[in-house]
Design a binder for this molecule. Structure first.
Ligand code: AMP
Length: 282
């Protein structure tokens, strides 16, 4: 397992692999890796001859009052985590390597970014799409791996890959959870013991929503109400959004039909957590 910091080095290594006829998978991350990230790396290692993991806390996807400085970082830990999961190369650039002076070109995807996290984080997805397309151009992978944990991000990346003709297969990966149901996230480290317990309300509320859909409820409003009722009983929780959207377009749907994304964002204390499930009509 190798780690490099420059675009030039990544390109040289990938070029050698390509010359030997090897396939390449890419797993973009912001580091502080956990079993969720490792499931993406392991899947890539299964499906490709070589796997590149980028570890980069991307400044342009953070808003002015968000947690860019506080975001947890531990590259020594990440190196071990990538190695264990079967990754071959870590790309760990400095912000100045990715964003040279006068950096002024962005990838901006509309529609899928209007609601959910896009509504309260107006420049977030522009930052994500820009860094991911740079990583696609740097690594030129055959496949790239994204977690359903960030379902709106997954839908948005699929959209710009289609719209801008990137010749890369986007592979979605299921949400990895703690034993008690909390979706694994690097941001879980912000939670105090009491908040960690309170955070279980996210998966609990989604289960309640899922249960009523399974029993035949098809009104999005009614499902949203069921989820909100559970969330609002937790004193440490403050709801940011509860939405039911078409998973392809990330636009609201009144009726639960086809493939819908049920997504929530909830503050537990000062920490904003997201979770979701996708429901597919038989
Ligand atoms: P991040 O480092 O948070 O930007 O995440 C990097 C990638 O890992 C994204 O595609 C995430 O969706 C994915 N990911 C993060 N947490 C999980 C999880 N609990 N289960 C599955 N994938 C995850």
């Amino acid at each position: 397992m190798q780690i490099v910091k420059t675009i030039k080095e990544v390109r040289a290594i990938v070029k050698e692999w390509r010359r030997s006829g090897l396939t390449v998978g890419l797993v973009p991350t912001m580091g502080y890796l956990h079993e969720g990230h490792q499931s993406l790396i392991a899947k890539s290692a299964q499906q490709n001859d070589r796997t590149v993991v980028s570890v980069f806390v991307n400044p342009i996807q953070f808003g002015p009052n968000e947690d860019l400085e506080a975001y947890p970082r531990d590259i020594e830990h990440d190196m071990k985590a990538v190695e264990t999961a079967g990754g071959d190369l870590i790309f760990h650039p400095e912000p100045s390597e990715m964003y040279p002076p006068h950096f002024t070109s962005f990838v901006d995807t509309t529609e899928t970014t209007e609601l959910l996290c896009g509504a309260c984080r107006p420049t977030h997805f522009r930052g994500v799409c820009t860094v991911v397309s740079k990583l696609f151009n740097i690594v030129q992978p055959d496949r790239a791996y994204f977690g359903q944990k960030d379902a709106q991000q997954l839908a948005t990346i699929r959209r710009f890959v289609r719209d801008l003709d990137f010749d890369i297969e986007i592979v979605p990966c299921p949400i990895v959870r703690e034993d008690d149901g909390l979706a694994k996230s690097s941001r879980n480290t912000y939670l105090s013991k009491e908040e960690r317990q309170a955070a279980l309300v996210l998966s609990r509320s989604l289960k309640a929503g899922h249960d009523v859909i399974e029993k035949g409820e098809r009104s999005a409003d009614n499902v949203i109400k069921v989820i909100r009722d559970v969330l609002e009983k937790e004193p440490l929780a403050r709801v940011d959004y509860v939405e039911v959207v078409d998973f392809c377009n990330i636009q609201r749907t009144e009726t639960i039909t086809g493939e819908v994304l049920v997504a929530i964002a909830v503050y537990i204390g000062k920490t904003r957590l997201i979770d979701n499930f996708i429901w597919r009509e038989e």
